[in-house]
Write a protein that binds this ligand. Structure first.
Ligand code: SF4
Length: 282
């Protein structure tokens, strides 16, 4: 699928590795209080701009009283494309922290009114729970167009201020019970045993797993290969309805090609909202 890149104040088409995760994303804030030791916002060239421990409204939005109006204008300008690709919240913060959730809820309301499906990724169990309640109480909202996801690494010690991984699995289970599509970002995989254990725990409640390695770390090809094949064996035994997207980097590290993966492995642009749209996905 190739469409025009969006480059707005809130909505944009990420480049590079983030582009593999979502075609279009929305960021109102930069900075995040979850404190993950592996956080990409704290590393590299962007660290000064993106790496705060407290979410702050993006600089380009501060001079405007109503960030939500900017978002709405950008959404309407690219409505057709966004209806197809959906919109991901967020790369530069956790969108369901106490500081960020109000704008996220308002933005999802705008998306609902204009037929744009959304994917929300959070490590804050309380925020996800509150969002589920809010969405259910919002008249006319179609919950099947709101995918709720959480990052699951199995390594609580690396995510000191986020909810424990087990609590995140519990809220994904609740989201699934309440009719939301669900996804889990098993990324970064730091410890293969812990990642596999959390996949098994979350398996009954997750529609799509996205799995990737900790970037910049060296892993042995044999270990990565064994991890992937163990996950496949587990899925095969469970007759899966769940899907997996293996990121390019992990397949490369295992020296595996996408073409030989089992049928429940899907491409990056898999449509979580409509299984019928996936026949021609590339
Ligand atoms: S939740 Fe994401 S943005 Fe927040 S500290 Fe962790 S890795 Fe960084």
């Amino acid at each position: 699928m190739s469409m025009g890149a969006i480059n707005g104040r809130v909505i944009y088409s990420p480049k590079g590795k983030a582009g593999e995760y979502a075609e279009n994303a929305a960021n109102f804030f930069v900075g995040c209080s979850n404190g993950c030791t592996y956080c990409y916002l704290r590393k590299g060239r962007g660290a000064k701009v993106l790496g705060g421990n407290r979410p702050e409204l993006k600089k380009t939005l501060r001079e405007y009283p109503f960030a939500i109006d900017i978002f709405k204008n950008e959404l309407l300008k690219h409505k057709e494309e966004l209806q197809k690709t959906g919109l991901f919240f967020s790369f530069t913060t956790d969108p369901l922290l106490p500081e960020t959730e109000r704008l996220t809820r308002q933005a999802v309301g705008v998306c609902q009114r204009h037929g744009v499906p959304v994917k929300i990724l959070s490590k804050c169990a309380e925020g996800i729970n509150g969002f589920i309640d809010f969405a259910e109480a919002s008249e006319g909202w179609d919950l099947s167009r709101i995918a709720i996801g959480s990052t699951l690494t199995g390594c609580d010690e690396l995510e000191p201020n986020a909810s424990p991984n087990a609590a995140r699995v519990s809220v994904l289970a609740r989201a699934k019970r309440h009719g939301f599509p669900t996804f889990a970002s098993i990324e970064p995989v730091v410890d293969f045993d812990k990642a596999f254990a959390i996949i098994k725990l979350a398996f009954p409640f997750v529609d799509l797993f996205k799995i990737g390695l900790l970037s910049g770390e060296k892993f042995k090809q044999r270990d990565v290969f064994l991890f992937i094949t163990s996950v496949h064996t587990f899925f095969m035994e469970k007759s899966p309805t769940a899907r997996i997207y293996w990121k390019d980097g992990i397949l490369k590290a295992a020296e595996m090609v996408r073409e030989i993966l089992p049928k429940w492995c899907v491409p990056a642009n898999y449509d979580l909202f409509n299984e019928n749209n996936n026949e021609n996905a590339i």
